[in-house]
Write a protein that binds this ligand. Structure first.
Ligand SMILES: [Zn+2]
Ligand SMILES: [Zn+2]
Length: 479
């Protein structure tokens, strides 16, 4: 009889038939046992597994509460919502909702009395499951609203950060990194999150961990450090290289190089008195133009994302995770990336350039390219000019030190500029190709004409009036 009632309710819910659902509750449910079987499976488990979208499930849950509240005591839900399904690894309705990726339903269950600290058969509480199954808004709710410990460990010693990396939930891993300061915790195998990100080949998480000062030399129980388990070439170079930090030291280096270059050019020019005015003008011109480019690019806003910050829980409820920056707590546009050095989101971020101590993005990429072209021209021309002078002086047997300095500095600037130019051109080509690919997808058509408006691909759940349509845009975007 009980199974029949729950099954009939399930059919009504699957068909989006609220009237039928209400009638069953009114006519067939006479006591508590009618909505729960002997194994502990009840109507809340059924809602957690419901094959319709979350908006629809929330309406059925609300209807259930209203009806049952009228029939039984007001806190009737507390007893059922903490009931474990003995046939399915003692899963609570809350656990089931999380494993099905239903953050809003899980939050409603907690508000109705579900205990988020309750563990499943594998010793994982709601926080561990949220990290494993990628329910981002729920994790924000558990940590920020309920103050659950983000560093709590499951039976295997894994923290939510370990679990998100093990399950390859990259956006979840980034979110947890913004919520925790403990990034070197070891699990029962002695692995730190960095061990796991390296062994799973996740470059992005590894980079963020290293920027958060994850230690590279901690050994696990197999006596391995992250470096010794590293197999991939790009990860090996990431572990070796020094991380870029906000600093004006490279800018100062260029500034000093330009002063020496123009000073030595002036010395060369002073040896040619008839041409002094013209050449002095050219040496100061080279210096002023080069320096102006650098100062402009250092001070210019590269195109910081200008959307308003929102609570993370709301952002993850509304947008696909790749359009949310957990560091800045704001919605990102297509092509926007977070600069880990500046700790800001930048539209069409190309890279963070240590020479200008600024990002290269949508608002300064053209000026950056212009600077690279100018610096390529001036440094290569100066190198040729310097070499020609050295060649001439060599045969005239009066080689001058400032000619050598001029050539050396010009060639050094050329050596610095070439790889930056190659990288910028390569990145620009890749990004344009990527953006072109994204823009040809039909679902990316803007809902409104305004550029800053949300596109369909950004939104997590597409609107649907029919509960029969199970629409999950997160799955669509992942496909
Ligand atoms: Zn950001
Ligand atoms: Zn930056």
């Amino acid at each position: 009889m009980t199974t029949n009632v729950v099954n009939t309710l399930s059919i009504a819910m699957s068909n989006g038939n609220k009237r039928y659902f209400k009638e069953i509750l009114e006519e067939m449910v006479e006591n508590h046992k009618d909505i729960q079987d002997d194994h502990g499976y009840n109507v809340f488990h059924m809602i957690a597994k419901g094959p319709i979208n979350e908006a629809g499930l929330l309406e059925f849950l609300s209807l259930l509460n209203t009806m049952m509240g009228l029939k039984f005591s007001k806190d009737y839900a507390k007893n059922f919502i903490n009931s474990k399904d003995k046939r399915e690894n003692n899963l609570l309705p809350l656990h089931l909702a999380i494993t099905k990726g239903k953050s809003k339903i899980a939050i409603e269950f907690i508000k109705l009395g579900a205990d988020p600290l309750e563990k499943d058969a594998y010793g994982k509480n709601a926080l561990h499951l949220a990290a494993s199954f990628g329910t981002l808004s729920l994790l924000c709710f558990l940590v920020q609203d309920l103050s659950m410990d983000i560093n709590s460990q499951d039976e295997l010693g894994n923290t939510p950060l370990h679990l998100s990396i093990l399950e390859r939930r990259e956006e979840m891993g980034l979110l947890i990194l913004t919520l925790t300061s403990s990034i070197n915790q070891q699990n029962a195998s002695g692995d730190t999150p960095l061990h796991l990100s390296i062994s799973t080949g996740n470059y992005r998480i590894s980079k963020h961990l290293l920027y958060k000062k994850a230690q590279k030399h901690i050994k696990n129980l197999s006596n391995q450090t992250p470096s010794t388990i590293c197999q991939l070439k790009d990860l090996k170079s990431l572990l070796r290289k020094r991380l870029t930090k906000k600093s004006f030291k490279y800018f100062l280096l260029i500034f000093i190089a330009l002063i020496i270059q123009s000073g030595s050019l002036l010395s060369i020019e002073l040896q040619n008195p008839p041409k002094i005015y013209r050449l002095t003008l050219s040496s100061s011109g080279v210096f002023i133009l080069s320096l102006s480019f650098f100062i402009y690019l250092t001070c210019k806003n590269p195109g910081y994302e200008n959307t308003s910050p929102m609570p993370l829980k709301e952002l993850y409820e509304k947008y696909n995770p790749e359009f949310v920056c957990p560091y800045c707590s704001l919605k990102k546009h297509k092509g926007t990336r977070h600069c880990i050095v500046c700790n800001k989101c930048v539209r069409d971020l190309d890279h963070h350039c240590k020479w200008i101590n600024n990002c290269v993005g949508k608002s300064n990429e053209k000026a950056f390219m212009a600077m690279l072209i100018w610096m390529m021209f001036q440094s290569s021309a100066s190198t040729f000019f310097g070499c020609w002078l050295i060649y001439k002086s060599w045969f005239e047997d009066h080689l001058r030190s400032y000619e050598i300095i001029f050539s050396f500095i010009s060639f050094s600037i050329f050596i610095i500029v070439v790889p930056v130019t190659v990288r910028t051109i390569r990145n620009a080509y890749k990004r344009k190709k990527l953006l072109k690919l994204i823009s040809t997808k039909p679902q990316t058509k803007a809902i409104n004409v305004d550029e800053s408006s949300d596109t369909e691909s950004m939104l997590l759940y597409q609107r649907s009036d029919s509960f029969n349509t199970f629409t999950n845009s997160r799955k669509n975007s992942a496909a």
